[in-house]
Design a protein. Structure first.
Length: 233
């Protein structure tokens, strides 16, 4: 599995037979200075954790230009379909869908999911989610989405035993460093932790330093990626 971070919560994940973007926020992402066409070339799927603009991002344009199938909660899929999305896989929290090269499960997240349109109207787009990605012979990936810590993370750990955690640490809109580190250490046995949702907008934490400090003896699990960096796990 190859994972590339594009800043904020946007990732590309390469699996045998599939290339997926999670929360593809490129245009307007202060941390991303690369080429959108290059970052999205060859993608087969787009996975969304929720409908906020900094996660929904460029989904419609990318789905149209690449033909990628969008995987998201039902309400978000229907809203996108009304705006022209052709290929999508609607789901609900707790649901699992086998899309061939990989299996995706939506799990809980403690956040919101709405989109403010160009007319100033807020559209509620279902429940926010975390995402579990499983593929044969690959490590189990858990993108937490935007969330606070919650006790049922213990059940997510028990049910899916994720090896890799993509963990929001930026505070204000998600867990901050102290809470995120507690969530990782109390509920999960990750091999690798990749922090996200920081270093983008000025009102969130700008570095992962506090998170690394809070991780203490488990800081060795943390991989702090530069924007655009790819790792193989």
């Amino acid at each position: 599995m190859q994972i590339t971070w594009f800043g904020h919560s946007a990732f590309r994940v390469e699996l045998p037979g599939a290339s997926l973007l999670i929360d593809p926020f490129f245009n307007g992402n202060p941390g991303f200075t690369g080429d959108v066409a290059e970052a999205s070339a060859g993608i087969t799927h787009i996975v969304l954790t929720h409908g906020h603009g900094d996660h929904l991002g460029d989904t419609l344009a990318l789905a149209e230009s690449t033909g990628a199938k969008v995987i998201a909660n039902f309400d978000l899929c229907m809203w996108l379909a009304h705006r022209g999305l052709q290929s999508f896989e609607p789901m609900g929290t707790g649901g699992t869908v086998d899309v061939g090269p990989f299996v995706v499960t939506l799990v809980n997240a403690v956040h919101a999911s709405a989109y403010l349109d160009e007319n100033g109207v807020s559209h509620v787009l279902g429940n926010p989610n975390g995402v579990i990605i499983r593929a044969p012979g690959e490590k189990v990936l858990y993108h937490m989405g935007d969330t606070d810590i919650f006790g049922d993370m213990a059940l997510i750990s028990e049910l899916y035993a994720p090896d890799i955690g993509l963990v929001p640490i930026g505070d204000r809109f998600t867990m901050g460093a102290r809470t995120a580190a507690l969530a990782v250490k109390r509920f999960f046995d990750f091999e690798t932790v990749i922090p996200c949702h920081y270093g983008s907008f000025p009102i969130v934490d700008q570095t992962a330093d506090k998170f690394l400090a809070e991780m203490g003896e488990e800081a060795g699990k943390v991989r702090v990626l530069a924007v655009g960096e790819t790792i193989t796990l």
